[in-house]
Design a protein around this ligand. Sequence first.
Ligand code: AMP
Length: 278
Amino acid sequence: MKVFSEISEVRKCRWRDASLNWGLVPTMGLLHEGHLSLVRRARNENQKVGVSIFVNPIQFNNQQDLVSYPRDLERDLELLRKEGVDLVWTPTPNIVYATDFQTFVEVERITRPLEGKARPGHFRGVTTVVAKIFNVFQPHRAYFGQKDAQQAVVIRQMVRDLNFNLDLITCPTVRETDGLAMSSRNARLSPAARRQAVCLFRALTAAENAFHAGARNAAKLKSVMEKTTEPFDKARIDYISVAHPETLDELTAINEKALLSLALFIDDLRLIDNLILG
Ligand code: AMP
């Protein structure tokens, strides 16, 4: 496994044999089974696999969140070695953003609600860095998690709008045995908060059960989710949404499919999760 921080080294390795197909998994590190599921899928579908590990400062609207974002590069590299990854890019912020950096990629309408509303500037940072990572690796396929549902939709829009020559693959959310979606941020939960973090998945599954029992009214499903979180005294709702899975417009009633998503603070830590209904 080759590990480089310099862009020229990554490119040299990527193009050593131009006939080979590359799959790419962009990450911010502190890898868990969710990330590794994307790596394994990339491994199965491509001759070569690249991973980027970069905590992207411009997608954090909260400096404290950036500073306390958990990192462990040595452990990450060990995990990726075991998965048979070929190339890892581990740039520093000044490799990605030169001092005179001034070009950003911004997807408009679908970045406004949900995470975009709660975290101003977040998606502008995400699409800018993902566009750069795509340009550095020029992969045939890129793998993202359904865990970050809006991110996957936004990147799909960017790929279409800017004609990136690659296939985007969205992979299912990997969960702990109690249902909590795996996330690098979970490492920062205290044991008591960790026990309460299950309430995101509980809320989603309660709404899903109501949907299966015939509920189609979005307000009804949101109220089921709210009620489910009530007994969890460390949980504070940031938003609960029932939206169209592609346009991300809020729905009043569900005809076919809906993206059910929520963001909660558990103590001071903000967690997100989602399910597709229908
Ligand atoms: P991150 O390191 O949080 O930026 O995540 C890197 C990629 O892994 C993104 O495409 C995420 O959506 C994906 N990912 C994170 N957590 C999970 C999970 N629990 N299951 C599946 N994919 C995930």
